[in-house]
Write a protein of this length. Structure first.
Length: 444
């Protein structure tokens, strides 16, 4: 199951026009063990990552910009770093990068909470896409929930018909034992015995059809619906990534405005002219970060729109195939059920419901009281010698009846919520002593 899902995921990634030529995918699929381990350890994927992706450039630039804000808030630390730049070793660079990442996150959260995000001409399109995706997800979740309920119902139907068939077959065996007819010999069976046997066989066939239909629905309907929901979730993640780039771009613009205000303040404040040079350098880096963030934001927005269009095309085709398979499965399932039950009705109509070849228990009791043997059907008696083992009542056949070859059905559950189950327990105990289950099927 995991291998099949992995294969499906890789096929989607390889067939994606935006991802099929990425360096990380090529390393994952075609790189050797040493190259793959190095990529995992260094977080780089060859020449493309070494040159620096737009996302990594944005993060690094914003981190440096926020670190500049931190240094400007502490004049002594800034002067100390300007006087002795050789103290910036590798450990301090890592610490500065971590601080920049934390401050970048704080700045973006402030921008998001204040609502000071930039507006673009395609915002209306993205709002429409967002409403469409959320409505699609809600509808698919509702369909998936009902599909799960139908699966549970089909599974319960299969199990119920199996137990129903076993019960009917047991009743047919009980009639055969009482009447003295064999299992395969239906000539001497009563009408009700034949009816139980026919209905039991039909119930077994219906159980097999329901079980096969459950497996088909699980593979062809329920699992594809869950895959559709995963794809919808992936679209939501893409929209969220685009919104994150929008917030990053807005944060860069706010940082540029803040640095411009700081530069103007240092220029007009007496004695602060020396800090203006450092602020100008920080402002230059912030403007570069704005350009990088804007390019990355535009690139992500265009890619998301292309992916949404591709998702709609592929999802429409996949949903059509899923629903068509569901409709075919339902038709074949109900056709099979109608065929099985339709074949049963004519055979039941041929059964003589009035036929009863069972021995008379009243006649057997009367023969015992009169001291004579009793052999015969309904109301028919035959006299015989008294004593010497001549009495063979029908109760002897019941007492010597073969025990069930399968474990008896479980006893009813104890009383719950004040409901008395003593009647059900008595009936189950009576059946357990007189029921023999059907012979095992060939496939069992």
């Amino acid at each position: 199951d995991r291998r099949s899902h992995l294969e499906l995921f890789l096929r989607r990634v390889v067939c994606n026009p935006e991802l099929k030529d990425t360096e990380c995918l090529l390393v994952f699929l075609g790189g050797g063990d040493a190259e793959f381990k190095k990529a995992k350890k260094d977080g780089s994927y060859g020449t493309a990552a070494a040159a620096g992706s737009p996302t990594s450039n944005v993060d690094a630039t914003i981190g440096r910009t926020l670190s500049d804000d931190y240094n400007m808030n502490d004049g002594t630390e800034n002067d100390h770093q300007n006087q002795d730049p050789t103290l910036m070793n590798k450990g301090k660079e890592i610490l500065s990068t971590k601080k920049g990442g934390i401050k970048k996150w704080i700045k973006e959260r402030k921008t998001s909470m204040k609502g000071t995000v930039v507006r673009s001409p395609d915002d209306a399109v993205f709002e429409e896409v967002t409403h469409f995706v959320f409505a699609l997800e809600a509808g698919l979740k509702r369909v998936e929930a009902q599909a799960s309920a139908m699966l549970r119902r089909d599974r319960d139907i299969s199990a119920s018909f199996l137990e129903f068939g076993l019960g009917c077959d047991a009743l047919a065996h009980m009639e055969d034992e009482v009447n003295g007819s064999g299992v395969e010999d239906e000539s001497g069976a009563s009408g009700i015995g034949q009816t139980f046997r026919l209905v039991g066989k039909t119930a077994d066939a219906v159980s097999a059809i329901s079980s096969s239909h459950y497996d088909r629905e699980l593979r062809g309907f329920h699992e594809p619906l869950r895959e559709h929901l995963k794809m919808v979730h992936a679209v939501k993640v893409a929209l969220m990534k685009r919104n994150n780039r929008r917030i990053t771009y807005s944060t860069c613009l706010n940082a540029v405005d803040s640095k411009k205000a700081s530069l103007h303040r240092y220029r007009i404040t007496p004695g602060q002219e020396g800090k203006a040079f450092g602020v100008e350098s920080s402002l230059s880096r912030a403007e570069t970060a704005v350009l990088t963030a804007r390019n990355n934001y535009d690139e992500v927005s265009a890619r998301v729109l292309r992916e949404v269009d591709r998702f709609r095309r592929e999802n429409a085709a996949a949903m059509y195939a899923t629903m068509a398979e569901f409709a075919r499965a339902q038709k074949e399932y109900h056709d099979g059920m109608n065929e099985v039950w339709g074949a049963l009705v004519p055979r039941l109509e041929e059964v003589d419901a009035e036929r009863f070849n069972g021995k008379s228990f009243a006649g057997a009791a009367a023969a015992l009281r009169e001291g004579r043997s009793f052999v015969g059907g309904s109301g028919a008696g035959a006299s015989g010698s008294v004593g010497g083992g001549g009495v063979e009542p029908v109760t002897t056949q019941v007492e010597n009846m073969a025990m069930p070859s399968y474990p008896p059905p479980p006893e009813p559950m104890p009383a719950n919520n004040g409901v008395d189950n003593s009647t059900n327990a008595m009936e189950s105990s009576m059946l357990n002593g007189a029921v023999r289950y059907r012979e095992p099927l060939p496939e069992e």
